[in-house]
Design a protein around this ligand. Structure first.
Ligand code: IYR
Length: 281
């Protein structure tokens, strides 16, 4: 697979020609593969002919617009890159939160940022539920702890897993779920639904949602908030409590807020660069 954004093996002429629901290419090009499509992007209304990377074959109904990019002097690139790395390197997963309120707009901006993630065929297969009501946070805590207790103490987690977690001091107890001002649950949209109710395929769902979550975490850290990537297992209770449709699967739960005044984190080290990098050329 060579192109993540369009999820095709190549941009060759057959895949590059997208038929219209009328069976003819709207720009008068040849129709190689006239499969009717129910879903049409809104931009089809304003589309101009676009040509593939290879041979000038019309390949899409999307309008292509200039990409505006500000090229920075190399010195400034380095300064920004170092500053950003140093700041990101201060990020830690937090398990002790303050109850101090966090404005809703900040949560919204973090979710907006997550929504800028690249995704397979631009399907953007994610849904974010952000909640601050004490009653629902309590309901989630109770349900998460029930599952986690079964995992930690009921034999669902094998001994090697428990051993791996022991130095981090995690347990089935998740009081922070009631303390934090916000819980954000991310759902992966396994498939879309066409207007006629039929399924619309999504592509690279796990990768796409994972990248969106990475951007969410980065955005929170950048705005001075903390979170934890929490994956109570199994997470089916989140679909039920948050009333999400069957085509969405809970992916990660993020408690979001400020750290407690006395928050501690384990003194763990990141791998050194040499351990996870290979340069060639
Ligand atoms: N979901 C459990 C267990 C857990 C698993 C991993 I892998 C961690 O890095 C941390 C915890 C929990 O949240 O406690």
């Amino acid at each position: 697979m060579s192109c993540f954004d369009c999820a095709t093996d190549s941009h060759g002429p057959i895949l590059a020609t997208i038929p219209t629901s009328r069976g003819t290419h709207r720009f008068g090009g040849p129709v190689f593969n006239p499969v009717p499509r129910v879903f049409r992007p809104v931009t089809a209304l304003t589309a101009v002919p676009i040509f593939s990377e290879t041979k000038g074959t019309p390949m899409t109904d999307y309008a292509f617009v200039p990409y505006h990019h500000e090229r920075l002097p190399e010195g400034e690139m380095l300064t920004r890159a170092r500053r950003f790395y140093e700041d990101m390197n201060r990020r830690r997963s937090i398990r002790h939160f303050s109850a101090d309120p966090v404005p809703r707009e900040l949560i919204e901006l973090a979710i907006r940022t997550a929504g800028t993630a690249p995704s397979g065929a631009n399907r953007q297969p994610w849904h974010f539920v952000a909640m601050s009501e004490p009653s629902i946070k309590r309901e989630i805590r109770i349900a998460a702890e029930k599952e986690e207790r079964e995992s930690y103490e009921g034999g669902r987690m094998p001994p090697d897993w428990l051993d791996a977690l022991a130095p981090l001091g995690t347990s089935w107890q998740k009081p922070y779920l009631e303390i934090v001002p916000w819980i954000v649950v991310v759902f992966a949209e396994l498939h879309g639904v066409n207007p006629d109710g039929s399924k619309r395929k999504n592509y690279y769902v796990q990768e796409s949602v994972g990248i969106a979550c990475g951007l969410f975490i980065t955005a929170l850290h950048n705005m001075g908030l903390c979170t934890l990537t929490h994956t109570p297992s199994p997470m089916g209770f989140l679909s039920r409590i948050l009333e999400r449709p069957e085509n969405e699967k809970p992916y990660i739960l993020f408690p979001v807020g400020y750290p407690a005044g006395d928050a501690v984190v384990p003194d763990i080290k990141r791998k050194s660069l040499e351990d996870y990098i290979t340069f060639r050329g």
